[in-house]
Write a protein that binds this ligand. Structure first.
Ligand code: IMP
Ligand code: MG
Length: 187
């Protein structure tokens, strides 16, 4: 089956089109570049897999010296249901101690993932630690987490595209779209 046909079947509507996302990414990069203007190096730590496209675009608009690293987390998900238990399954390649670290995430939903990550990273004594998240679903928050740089607030719907997936599909769509409820609520 063609991917376009699959998209046609599963997607309800576009929430954020490509141009809107790109414009916001440029704004975020400008803000980050200005805030870190006096820093030697910013370590961008992307949370795999969801952040890979956002991080790639954001990093290419930064005007501060930076390096890129990744971590992978597993959050005991079944489809769209998260159970709040988070586990580190791949750590950064380089130590973050004494580094200026900016965590780059795709979305904050309940907040468990980012909360876990902040605690885990704080313990390693970075020089500074901030968070940049493309999306946030404030209605779904269960733990209060601070986001320093936020792209967009969105309603409580399951979104795909621009790195975000449903069952590992749709990550590479250039826009962000809401999945049809009957697709993810039939579990
Ligand atoms: P949290 O721990 O509940 O904040 O969930 C964070 C993780 O759940 C994100 O990093 C995503 O991987 C995933 N997630 C939450 N909502 C969505 C969504 O609408 N689409 C795709 N992934 C999502
Ligand atoms: Mg994620």
């Amino acid at each position: 089956m063609a991917l376009s046909a699959l998209v046609e079947q599963a997607i309800e509507r576009t929430l954020l089109d490509e141009q809107t996302i790109q414009r916001r990414v440029v704004e975020l990069a400008a803000q980050i570049s200005s805030d870190y203007a006096d820093v030697d190096n910013v370590v961008l730590v992307g949370v795999l897999k969801g952040s890979f496209i956002f991080l790639a675009d954001l990093a290419r608009h930064l005007d501060v010296p930076h390096s890129v690293d990744f971590i992978a987390l597993s959050s005991y998900n079944r489809g769209t249901v998260s159970y709040g238990a988070v586990r580190l399954i791949m750590d950064t390649r380089s130590s973050i101690t004494d580094q200026h670290v900016l965590i780059v995430e795709d979305i904050v939903d309940t907040g468990y993932t980012l909360d876990y990550l902040m605690r885990n990273f704080e313990a390693r004594r970075p020089a500074s630690l901030r968070t940049c998240t493309l999306l946030s679903k404030p209605d779904r928050r269960e733990v209060d987490v601070h986001v320093d740089y936020l792209g967009f607030e969105i309603p409580d719907v399951w979104v795909v595209g621009y790195g975000l997936d449903y069952a590992n599909r749709f990550r590479t769509l250039p826009y962000i779209a809401a999945l049809r409820r009957d697709v993810y609520e039939k579990e």
